[in-house]
Design a protein around this ligand. Structure first.
Ligand code: CA
Length: 235
């Protein structure tokens, strides 16, 4: 890990706290990027692929919980929630939504640094276990932590929607995902009736990851229902 600079994203609307944390973490050797609200935070995650995300609960617009919920649709990056006061409900809710840990305001800089180090240690330990890089078969490898997919030895480039769709299919292997579920998870609940979006993006995905897109082996059609990703756990 020596010599490898880690990137931390801090999503926090309070400029004073944001700048103080940034200065401190930069002195500790991290690269720090910031966002002032949830939407901007999600955009930064997509573009900068941070190693750790510090996510404040109280944000203008979508709050930290909703930001986390949306984040987990496409990213497994570790998240430290920053919660106010002593609100146990916030802590429980954050962890249930997929946060890795939390710090309570007001927090000391040393406490924050040690939480970040702990999360990085846990995730780099987990990365050596094979559930993070999913080797489907000789042809296809999915690594949702590194955000990398290889098909036939070539790294595949995806648009964000394609990637999210693949993520939802592949992390539910062997289970039928209905049009409605995929639309709600990948596009948002307001797209409930747009089955044609799903069909179109499935076509794009098959062209990118299937050796023979006309005869798919990974993304299988369940007629009238939706799609099912091959169950790579049963071999
Ligand atoms: Ca705040």
């Amino acid at each position: 890990m020596a010599g490898e600079q880690r990137t931390i994203l801090m999503v926090e609307d309070e400029a004073g706290l944001r700048n103080a944390v940034r200065l401190y973490l930069e002195m500790e050797g991290y690269r720090v990027i910031t966002a002032v609200n949830g939407e901007e935070g999600l955009e930064r995650v997509r573009q900068d692929l941070p190693d750790v995300i510090l996510l404040d609960v109280m944000l203008p617009g979508i709050d930290g919980f909703e930001t986390l919920r949306r984040l987990r649709r496409f990213s497994a990056a570790p998240v430290l929630m920053i919660t106010a006061k002593g609100d146990e409900n916030d802590v429980v809710k954050g962890l249930r939504l997929g946060a890795d840990d939390y710090v309570r305001k007001p927090f000391g800089q040393a406490e924050l640094a040690s939480r970040i180090q702990a999360v990085l240690r846990r995730t780099s330990a987990a990365a050596t276990e094979d559930d993070t890089a999913i080797v489907v078969d000789d042809y296809l490898t999915l690594d949702f932590v590194r955000h990398e997919v290889y098909a036939g030895g070539e790294k595949v480039q995806f648009r964000p929607t394609e990637y999210r769709l693949l993520y939802h299919l592949a992390t539910n292997p062997g289970r039928v995902q209905t049009y409605e579920q995929l639309l709600a998870k990948v596009w948002g609940p307001e797209y409930r009736d747009e089955d044609n979006y799903v069909r179109l993006y499935i076509t794009y995905l098959r062209k990118k990851i299937e050796p023979d897109p006309a005869h798919p082996r990974y993304i299988l059609t369940e007629r009238g229902l939706g799609y099912r990703f091959m169950d790579y756990r049963r071999k």
